[in-house]
Design a binder for this molecule. Structure first.
Ligand code: GAL
Length: 359
């Protein structure tokens, strides 16, 4: 089912775009021309790869993150079930949201002589240091989810360093969130005062995903000529409990003034929903709520009318593309420095269909 879903997405021009250097915001037309990941594992050329003995070191910034748990599960499933790597040589570590701890894990991967690493850094700003350690050890790295600076990926390309990034362009997800508000009957201006008053619940602001989603969700509104008023912007670190607390406090402070709650991810949006319901507010009637990721609970809430929308952060394509880039390194092939997967807008119009395919 999942693979069928990906194939479907690719057919409607949702492929992976392999880019040299700078990222671009996607248009469907660009994606149509892009190189698509082989959604069918049989299409991945594994000739010459020692599936039995190859060691792959994976470190996830924090196991307690909902979205990265889905991603990690798919990554290990795809590497072992679809590609056939030996499960006992796939080492997966929890970075525990601590860069020093994760750097130790990476040093241990080097001592263990892993053949390739797949790293979801705690701090993307550590990429230059980590890349140098791995490069000196001769071990290629596939970075995932937290995009290092463009100057860093430019350096990999210029210096022929075996490092690459697989992710999704967060500007696109932010833009989709803003569009979901624009698609409502009053374009987010529930009280008709000529402006959209919103709360922004931000992820960890060190991550470009949090920075871009915050900026581009609002930009979609202002680009459409809609006036906006930011009542509050607060960091919720991608965490549901923090999302709940922030929105609870904001609703106490600003009450009916709040028309839109933007959350940089669904975990925080689910927390926001708890606060919104506890405050006796009604989604899509007197307040709008949007997130990102398409967690199952969020998509179900859209179907039930308890969330306005989300954006599918395609962990299937991202995990599979990351694994495919690792395979390319194992085969001694060149890999582009940045590889992006498209997001998909999720609203009441397609939520049931999306849910069927992700669950
Ligand atoms: C984002 C995702 C968040 C969180 C974050 C971790 O892409 O939307 O839910 O997982 O990555 O870096």
């Amino acid at each position: 089912m999942k693979r069928k879903f990906l194939a479907g997405l690719l057919c409607v021009a949702m492929g992976v775009t392999t880019m040299a250097g700078t990222a671009t915001v996607f248009a469907a037309d660009d994606a149509a021309e892009a190189e698509a990941p082989a959604d069918d594992a049989a299409a991945v050329d594994l000739e010459g790869v020692d599936l039995e003995n190859t060691k792959i070191g994976i470190s996830i910034y924090q196991f307690a993150d909902n979205f990265m748990t889905l991603y990690r599960t798919e990554l290990v499933r795809y590497l072992t079930e679809d590609l056939g790597f030996n499960e006992k040589n796939i080492i997966v570590q929890d970075g525990k949201n601590d860069q020093a701890e994760q750097t130790n894990q990476i040093n241990n991967f080097i001592t263990d002589e892993v053949d390739v690493m797949i790293l979801n850094l705690v701090q993307s700003s550590s990429a230059p240091q980590i890349t140098d350690i791995c490069n000196e050890a001769g071990i290629p790295v596939v970075y995932i989810n937290r995009q290092p600076d463009e100057t860093e990926s430019d350096r990999w390309e210029a210096d022929g360093i075996k490092a690459t990034y697989v992710g999704a362009d967060a500007r696109q997800s932010g833009t989709f969130q803003g569009e979901e508000i624009l698609e409502t009957e009053n374009k987010g201006d529930i009280n008709g005062d000529g402006k959209v008053s919103y709360i922004m619940v931000q992820g960890d602001p060190e991550n470009i995903d949090a920075q871009y989603r915050t900026e581009f969700s609002v930009k979609a509104l202002t680009d459409a000529g809609v006036e906006v008023e930011e009542l509050l912007l607060q960091r919720g670190d991608w965490d549901q409990a923090k999302g709940q607390q922030i929105v609870q406090d904001a609703l106490t402070q600003f009450g009916d003034q709040v028309e839109v709650v933007f959350c940089n991810n669904d975990a925080m949006a689910l927390g926001a929903l708890q606060a919104i319901q506890a405050a006796g507010r009604t989604i899509n009637e007197d307040i709008y709520l949007v997130g990102v990721d398409a967690l199952t609970d969020a998509v179900q809430n859209i179907i039930d009318g308890n969330m306005t929308g989300t954006v599918f952060n395609d962990h299937f394509s991202q995990a599979q593309t990351a694994a495919q880039m690792a395979v390319k390194y194992l085969k001694g092939e060149d890999v582009a420095p940045v590889n992006m997967v498209d997001y998909v807008k999720v609203t009441a119009d397609n939520a049931a269909e999306i849910l069927e395919k992700i669950k």
